[in-house]
Design a protein around this ligand. Structure first.
Ligand code: PEP
Ligand code: MG
Length: 550
């Protein structure tokens, strides 16, 4: 059994299929092209890039929706003047076409990679184009995903967007990669397709095509040549879970009737309206900063009130928790005036932007208060990245002065440790397990290499969650979870066992969580929590909890 990181739940059993090999860049010719042959070499390059673009356009024409867009955009990139002109210059200077392509793309990719995260995805696309054009120039089969002739599990190091665009979920029934994190492109595509996915699987690259494997995207394992009956039972069990999720209509409660609010994470009015169509009982996390990632200037109070009002209106008198701007680190906002920092995840992010610019948070709270008045609703507000009780008090005082119900997020270990003192000032806590895990394990949540550390099943993280829920119980104040941990049905049961009163996750994950919770008792959740807390690793915690919840 190989271990990885669970990305999309579900179990599948099928043979391995692998993408065609990418051309080795070491083998691109080193000798220069004779001067008289260089014009012909330029033509060879143009023909190869045109052939690649044509094939991608033909695939785009047969695909629909996002897949079609990805393919069409990639086709354009194959004929993008920026890298083509650079490659032509290199050929004119003597480079053979393959070496010119590798050099030109390498130069642009380096520049894009330096420009930061948002551009990094384009680097994968560009390298994909490079490999396709070099394969075409070398007369090799086009690299990428083959169309399997029977349902198969696609295994790869990692997948480019163009590889996964247009995958047929009836033929590619599962995904496993040896790189990538749970938020990687592969995981996002798998979630859209609704197929199980495990990433960062140790040893996966040694499993040859054609081998029968079982992928369990809920626990993050890949079993090589499993017992056929065991695999068939596991697949059937996961099919039943999926069916239960489809049937689940809420509200959230354990099998013995202990209520747990199941809420949605949203980022704007459109997402809120879509979530309102699901069994979500409200919004547990409205990530307001995501409304403004493209803005150069701070939105006015009126603009903010209009945008927030859309989310509040979508849920009417149901609960909505609005988070104030979590700017900084992986989500910089141009207008927040972030300082140039060597270590932005530990820098001025979240509520810390208020240290140098308190009026910005005041204006946002004003916008939220105006939106509440305009829509006749009573939203809760919470601040991200709180580290001290004093920060919580300052935020709570200001929010209350505007008639809002204040809470804070528990994302910093210091806040979990002193949750009792923070609760003297606020009305509720919401645990952000994504950042709480990152800061507890001192492991960057964006790092693919550290995905086993940034696993919310880490017992150290669960211990901090337990501290926060104990403080909540002592103060008789609600403590929810709004990080990705709440989207894992089994972990969600453990969180309930730890005393969490609400779970907020991406709308697409809610039904599976609600259905699972409805199948177990509160006592089972508590036993699972106790068992998980007493382990030493994330994998042991998961196994111990599963044994109690079976
Ligand atoms: C979290 O950190 O768990 C959280 C919900 O906030 P975000 O993912 O937006 O940082
Ligand atoms: Mg966070």
């Amino acid at each position: 059994m190989l271990h990885g990181v669970p990305a999309v739940g579900g179990v599948q059993y099928a043979p391995v299929v692998r993408p065609g090999a990418r051309p080795s860049l070491d083998e691109t010719p080193v000798a220069d092209v004779a001067e008289s042959e260089r014009p012909a070499e330029v033509e060879r390059l143009k023909a190869a890039s045109a052939a690649v673009a044509d094939r991608l356009r033909a695939r785009a024409a047969h695909a629909t929706g996002v897949a079609s867009e990805v393919l069409a955009t990639t086709a354009q990139l194959a004929q993008d003047r920026a890298w083509l002109r650079d490659a032509e210059k290199r050929i004119v200077a003597g480079a053979p076409a393959s070496r010119a392509v590798a050099g030109a793309v390498g130069k642009i990719a380096d520049a894009l990679a330096k420009a930061g995260d948002l551009m990094a995805e384009r680097v994968t696309d560009l390298r994909d184009i490079r490999d396709r054009v070099i394969a075409e120039l070398s007369g090799l089969p086009e690299p990428g995903v083959p169309v399997p002739d029977r349902p198969s599990i696609l295994c790869a190091e990692d997948l480019a967007p163009v590889d996964t665009a247009g995958l047929d979920a009836s033929l590619v029934v599962g995904l496993a990669t040896s790189l990538g994190g749970p938020t990687s492109h592969t995981a996002i595509i798998a979630r859209q397709l609704g197929i199980p996915c495990v990433v960062a699987v140790d040893g996966l690259d040694d499993v040859p095509a054609g081998t029968m494997i079982m992928v369990d995207g809920s626990v993050g394992t890949v079993t090589v040549t499993p017992d056929e009956d065991v695999a068939a039972r596991a697949v059937e069990g996961s099919r039943r879970d999926a069916e239960a999720a489809r049937q689940w209509a809420g509200p959230g409660a354990t099998a013995d009737g202990h209520p747990v609010a199941i809420l949605a994470n949203v980022q704007d009015g459109a997402a809120a309206r879509a979530a309102a169509e699901t069994p979500a009982e409200g919004v547990g996390l409205f990530r307001t900063e995501l409304c403004f990632l493209n803005r150069d200037t701070e939105p006015t109070v009126d603009e903010q009130a209009e945008i927030y009002g859309q989310v509040l209106a979508a849920f009417g008198d149901r609960k909505v928790v609005v988070r104030t701007l979590d700017a900084g680190s992986d989500k910089p906002l141009k207008f927040a005036g972030h300082p140039d920092e060597a270590n932005p995840a530990l820098g001025v992010r979240g509520i810390r932007i208020a240290f140098g610019n308190p009026a910005m948070v005041t204006r946002q709270l004003q916008g939220i208060a105006d939106a509440a008045r305009n829509t006749g609703t009573s939203p809760w507000v919470m601040a991200p990245m709180i580290a001290t009780a004093a920060e919580a008090k300052a935020f709570a005082d200001e929010a209350r002065s505007m008639g809002l119900t204040p809470g804070v997020m528990i994302e910093v270990p210091a806040a979990a440790l002193l949750a009792d003192r923070i609760l003297e000032h606020v009305d509720f806590l919401s645990i952000g397990t994504n950042d709480l895990t990152q800061y507890t394990m001192a492991a960057d949540r964006m790092s693919a290499e550290l995905a086993t550390l940034t696993d919310p099943w880490q017992p150290a993280v669960l211990a901090l969650v337990a501290m926060a829920t104990r403080a909540g119980a002592a103060a008789s104040k609600p403590v929810g979870v709004c990080g990705e941990a709440a989207a894992d049905p089994v972990l969600a049961c453990v969180l309930v066992g730890l005393g969490v009163s609400s779970l907020s996750a991406a709308a697409a994950a809610i039904s599976a969580v609600g259905a699972k919770l409805g199948q177990v008792t509160l006592a089972q959740c508590q036993a699972a929590a106790e068992a998980a807390l007493n382990t030493a690793t994330a994998a042991e915690a998961r196994a111990a909890a599963l044994a109690e919840l079976a």
